[in-house]
Design a binder for this molecule. Structure first.
Ligand SMILES: Nc1ncnc2c1ncn2[C@@H]1O[C@H](COP(=O)(O)OP(=O)(O)OP(=O)(O)O)[C@@H](O)[C@H]1O
Length: 271
């Protein structure tokens, strides 16, 4: 098996400001007035060709941040990203332009990916057919439903035949028939040795799709391994988590972050 994704000690840091003046001071005085927040901290992860890896974790765990870093859309703050091949990210808001028609969006996305006009013309019919948009293909996509946009984003991404494909919740909005077609396409990609990263809150989809599970918790890897080893543990956790009150969830988050940052960090920030 060939390693296609290799992430070493990835950190993504954001600055959190409590006021605009803090941000302005930060930019002009080149000193740090904002508070550091780690969307990812020390993440190590590797994936191989022919694998479907499910990315799970509660809201804010860092799933989209990690997906965007692998796709090259977001720069990491530190660490090493090694990705072999072209990556396509399919997300519900996957960079489609609302004022352009479906057809224009296909052309724009393919041009940005380096396809020639002739190659795009050859690809276009199969994208339109896969997306099942019919005459709507010449309408501005701001008139599309979320499901229609998701179908178009999915169709474009699979037609460009990437080596690594990341699906971020995009299958949660389509209709049943389309999701089945999308599932078959993902399985065909897997057979052809591509790596698929699949982000979802659905345990059912994870059971169906994933070979491995990467469980993130507030920016860190909680667990990574074979689906049959990790998913039951995650499912048991999520059942308990869903029953927690808002205050209990907050206190769970604080406890988890305290373990990561150490108690000193919290003493500093609460001053
Ligand atoms: N630009 C930003 N500035 C500050 N914080 C950010 C920024 N982008 C993301 N975050 C924070 O980073 C953390 C991880 O966010 P991310 O969207 O990656 O989580 P997620 O697991 O995909 O969540 P969800 O399941 O809700 O989509 C969150 O606490 C989020 O608020």
């Amino acid at each position: 098996m060939k390693k296609t994704i290799d992430l070493l000690d990835i950190t993504k840091k954001h600055k959190l400001y409590t006021s605009t003046s803090q941000k302005v001071k930060d930019i002009f005085l080149r000193k740090s007035f904002g508070e550091d927040f780690y969307a990812l901290r020390g993440v190590n992860f590797e994936a191989y060709n022919g694998e479907v890896v499910g990315l799970v974790g509660v809201n804010g765990a860092g799933k989209s941040t990690l997906s965007n870093i692998i796709a090259g859309i977001l720069p990491e703050t530190s660490g090493t990203v090694n990705v072999k091949g072209d990556v396509a990210l399919i997300a519900i808001a996957s960079g489609l332009k609302g004022n352009l028609t479906g057809r224009e969006n296909i052309e724009l996305k393919c041009l940005m990916l380096g396809f020639t006009k002739e190659e795009i013309k050859a690809l276009e019919p199969q994208i339109i057919e896969f997306a099942e948009l019919g005459k709507f293909i010449d309408q501005p996509i701001k008139s599309y439903s979320t499901g229609m946009r998701s179908r178009l984003g999915f169709a474009i991404s699979v037609s460009i035949d990437p080596d690594i494909i990341i699906i971020d919740e995009a299958l949660a909005v389509g209709d049943k028939a389309f999701n089945e077609k999308a599932f078959n396409k993902v399985m065909e990609f897997k057979k052809r040795g591509k790596t698929i990263l699949f982000v979802s809150h659905s345990i059912k989809l994870m059971e169906r799709f994933a070979d491995k599970i990467l469980w993130l918790e507030y920016g860190q890897v909680k667990d990574y391994g074979l689906r049959e080893d990790i998913l039951p543990k995650y499912e048991a956790f999520i059942k308990k988590y869903k029953k927690m009150s808002k205050a209990e969830k907050e206190s769970y988050k604080e406890k988890s972050l305290r373990q990561q940052y150490g108690t000193d960090m919290f003493a500093e920030t609460s001053k």
